[in-house]
Design a protein around this ligand. Structure first.
Ligand SMILES: [Cu+2]
Length: 479
């Protein structure tokens, strides 16, 4: 019997009816329920089972395989999965842990696993043939790396990536920092994605729409939160929630709206920012992450809907596209809470010193002079351009120009960067990025410092159809 229970029974005995009539000391109240039971059950993610007893090692089995998954009502679709579900299992680790992933490929095609955003060694990055060849059907490869930074990361294939991600291969990797404040809110990890499914219930062909589909960037017609179409949650009004969001779609930008409820963004790709930013809408380009606090407030039974809003990422991408409901939040009948003020959330981030930095200028380009359209870097598709030279310890300032009528989410593997403004100053508040939007016929500038992890690293557009058309390059970081 717990101590509280003993005390309560003793009081019952001594005070008798006084307690029941309410004249004596108050009867012990049940523990604060926080959120109602099962409030987030439709958003639950399978978690990868840690097979290693060492508290500083997370060791998991990850199998890529086909599975029949119900996405549309009354229809099962054969999709590509990690461990049988969309998304793949949530991998949970803490800062500094070693992560060991025994990866098995049971798919018909070769594949790799790229650990998007993690500052690991180049040989564990999952870029094909750099140096490990893709994992063929029936083969196994063990990824073994340390997670040095808190934040939400994700994993996905880096072979035929538009088709493989489009078929369902992605999952989240959450690296927690035990020293971060624990009372920021009830935490939810949300993997945002989409998938194209035919009327018949079959997965859409990865080539649907032909070359124009690739240039536009294919967006699946079913928009998913943790693999589900429009899940629902029942949440206590006024109680703060902390959402860890990742855009795992192959092409779709997510511009999020919660009917006037503001998003307090406290972190991004590489953990907490220097200070929060509050906004009514939140943009996540493919590959990007956000760490946000939200406080839904409604009277019991009322529902607030998280919506996808068409973001104009270039020609034809926003025209006459209505909002899409992503998630509904019903206010429970628990008494509303006063979320109060959040304390100071943030951390010190050192500004990268760009004095004497090496300038690197690249352009994201399209070439329609041949029989087929190719995309590229500086007019040259992937594989035909020499890598950009860099050295351990070097600082570079990149200017990424976009010559196309579509925006591109630029992603650099293995290293974080800091965005710079037009005058070359770091954007405030400070944050570590690995993916950032390059607007239509505009540019994006960032500073990067190469810590001692030499090797060949990729950079590319994270509209994966664009990457497959050639918009990828490499940085060779030498010792
Ligand atoms: Cu692109």
């Amino acid at each position: 019997m717990r101590h509280n229970e003993v005390v309560r029974r003793l009081l019952d005995f001594v005070l008798g009816a006084a307690l029941l009539s309410g004249c004596g000391p108050a009867e012990s109240t049940p523990a604060d329920p926080g959120q109602p039971d099962g409030w987030d059950s439709e958003l639950s993610l399978n978690e990868a089972e840690d097979l290693n007893a060492d508290p500083d090692v997370v060791e998991i089995d990850l199998t890529a395989k086909e599975a029949d998954v119900q996405i549309r009502e009354k229809a099962y679709t054969t999709v590509w999965t990690y461990n049988g579900g969309i998304p793949g299992p949530l991998v949970r680790a803490k800062v500094g842990d070693r992560v060991v992933v025994h990866f098995h490929n049971e798919l018909p095609d070769p594949t790799t696993v790229h650990w998007h955003g993690v500052r690991l060694t180049a040989d564990m990055d999952g870029a094909p043939d750099m140096p490990h060849p893709p994992v063929k059907k029936g083969e196994t490869f063990t990824y073994d790396f340390v997670v040095p930074d808190a934040g939400l990361y994700w994993y996905h294939p880096h072979v035929d990536s538009a088709a493989q991600v489009g078929a369902g291969l992605y999952g989240a990797l959450l690296v927690e920092d035990p020293n971060e404040p624990k009372d920021l809110g009830d935490e939810l990890t949300m993997v945002l994605s989409d998938i194209g499914i035919e009327e018949s219930g079959q997965l859409q062909s990865p080539d649907v729409g032909g070359e124009l589909g690739s240039v536009f960037g294919r967006e699946g017609d079913s928009v998913l939160v943790n693999g589900r179409v429009r899940p629902e949650m029942v949440a206590r009004a006024g109680r703060r929630q902390r959402w860890r969001l990742v855009n795992a779609a192959r092409s779709r930008y997510f511009w999020l709206d919660l009917e006037g409820t503001p998003f307090v963004r406290i972190g991004g790709d590489g953990g907490l920012m220097s200070s929060p930013v509050t906004a009514d809408r939140l943009l996540l380009v493919p590959g990007e992450r956000a760490d946000v606090l939200v406080v839904p407030v409604d009277t019991p039974g009322e529902t607030r809907t998280l919506r996808w809003i068409a973001y104009d990422r270039g020609y034809g991408t926003a025209f006459e596209r209505p909002p899409v409901d992503l998630l509904s939040i019903e206010a429970s009948d628990l008494p509303a809470e006063d979320a109060g003020e959040i304390g100071s959330v943030g951390r010190d981030i050192e500004v990268i010193n760009t004095v004497g930095a090496t300038p690197v200028e690249i352009a994201l380009t399209m070439d329609q002079s041949g029989e087929t359209t190719t995309l590229g870097i500086n007019g040259v598709p992937f594989g035909q351009a020499p890598p950009i030279a860099a050295a351990v310890g070097e600082t570079q300032v990149w200017t990424v120009k976009n010559e196309m009528a579509w925006a591109h989410p630029f992603h650099l593997h293995g290293f974080f960067f800091q965005l710079l403004d037009a005058n070359g100053a770091a954007l405030a508040p400070l944050e570590w990025k690995d993916t950032a939007n390059v607007p239509v016929e505009g540019q994006m500038t960032f500073a990067v410092r190469y810590d001692p992890r030499p090797g060949m690293w990729m950079f590319h557009c994270h509209i994966l159809d664009h990457a497959e058309l050639g918009m990828m390059g490499m940085v060779n970081v030498e010792k």
